[in-house]
Design a protein around this ligand. Structure first.
Ligand SMILES: Cc1ncc(COP(=O)(O)O)c(C=O)c1O
Length: 381
């Protein structure tokens, strides 16, 4: 079976000796736009491509506002800050996520609280959240949701659309509204993914996207904050650009700001990549179907989008029988030049977050032991 998988991956990606998990692809206007920034000398934090890229992302996702940042972690940090997360607060998130989700929470001097994921979306599970809140949370007279166990405010909830599979946002949104908790979507991996026809990252108060080199499109390094709230959008722009009060020559700053603005050079690359995105999504969905059809013949289960969702299939994921099988597949496929990876070590199992409060994690722990990601780059000649 493993040999068949290696053969099948080589059939999907016939030109490569070593088949990476996800390689970027530049076949459109990337060189032209990047060259234009060099010609203009506006390679840094001022330039027309940043505005163009922000507008194009807003249009593509349907978000009212998009604010470009140096990376996705910075986007999430500012999104949490603007959602009101401050020192001593708690932020609920899934344990099955990339460390950046927790880093952004920690940058706010807040504590993560972990809940389980659901096996069908790999994202924050509505029932796990509901159970946790029913047991530990209460909205007090101050209108704030308090954790009765820790006596800290629960300020935000951050579901993550793992590998591009949308979480079930409707239930999460209703719970967040009921408990006065801000919903901030970690949409780092889900550009091009839709839930009930709406782009991921547009249902919460704020969201963050990543354009790291391994994502469906890249700016080299980069991120984007999404929001439908005009005031939050203005503040996001302000504090990501050192909180400088606009003036032609005076350097006046009205709060502690961040140098988180995306450079024009990166935005130029991003704009060209965005032009190619619809084609990339189609291409990757065709690859996902090929894996799934092959999997059916072999009796292997690939994670598939839910009926209410349309996934970008950023990374395809294969669920194996047990931890030993996962280890064998990782060992042998990588030795054969076909890159595979497990998901992340669950956050509640890292030394860093040993003390963090968490729900039981049967699904998270099971997926971490059995799932592997398989090569998923855009296929081309
Ligand atoms: C789930 C998740 N959150 C946040 C990030 C952070 O993005 P970046 O690497 O652009 O900082 C990433 C990607 O790297 C991610 O996968």
């Amino acid at each position: 079976m493993l040999e068949d998988f290696i053969r099948f991956a080589r059939k999907l990606y016939p030109q490569q000796d070593f088949i990476p998990l996800h390689a970027p692809y530049f076949a459109g206007n990337e060189s032209a736009y990047v060259q234009a920034t060099l010609d203009s000398t506006f390679v840094s934090s001022v330039g027309e491509y940043v505005d163009k890229f922000e507008q194009a992302i807003a249009k593509y996702t349907g978000a009212k506002h998009a604010i470009a940042t140096v990376n996705g972690t910075a986007a999430l940090h500012i999104a949490l800050k603007l959602a009101g997360v401050q020192t001593g607060d708690e932020v609920i998130t899934q344990s099955l996520t990339f460390i950046a989700t927790c880093n952004a929470i920690s940058y706010c001097n807040a504590q993560p609280v972990f809940v389980d994921v659901s096996a069908d979306t790999l994202g924050l599970d509505v029932h796990s959240l509901a159970d946790f809140l029913a047991e530990h949370a209460e909205v007090r007279d101050d209108g704030v949701c308090w954790n009765k166990h820790s006596q800290r405010p629960i300020r935000a909830c951050v579901p993550m659309h793992s590998l591009g599979f949308p979480v079930k946002l409707a239930g999460l949104k209703a719970l967040c509204e009921q408990y006065h908790i801000a919903l901030v979507e970690d949409a780092a991996e889900s550009l091009g993914s839709y839930y009930h026809g709406q782009h991921t990252g547009t249902q919460g108060l704020l969201a963050a996207i990543s354009f790291n080199g391994n994502k469906i499109i890249t700016t080299g390094g980069g991120g984007m904050i999404l929001t439908n709230d005009e005031q939050l959008a203005k503040q996001a722009k302000h504090i990501t650009t050192t909180a400088k009060v606009p003036h032609r020559w005076r350097f006046e700053h009205d709060q502690i700001g961040y140098n988180y603005r995306m450079p024009n050079l990166n935005a130029a690359l991003g704009l060209a990549q965005l032009e190619a995105l619809p084609g990339y999504v189609d291409n990757k969905r065709a690859t996902a179907k090929a894996y799934q059809d092959w999997g059916k013949q072999q009796g292997l289960h690939f994670i598939a989008e839910q009926p209410e969702s349309r996934a970008n299939y950023w990374l395809n994921a294969l669920l194996l029988d047990d931890a030993q099988t996962q280890e064998n597949w990782l060992e042998q496929s990588n030795a054969a030049g076909v890159m595979t990876r497990p998901l992340w070590i669950p956050m509640h199992q890292l030394d860093l977050y040993q003390q963090a409060q968490h729900t039981p994690m049967p699904i998270t722990e099971d997926l971490a032991q059995r799932l592997i990601n398989v090569p998923s780059s855009v296929r081309h000649d």
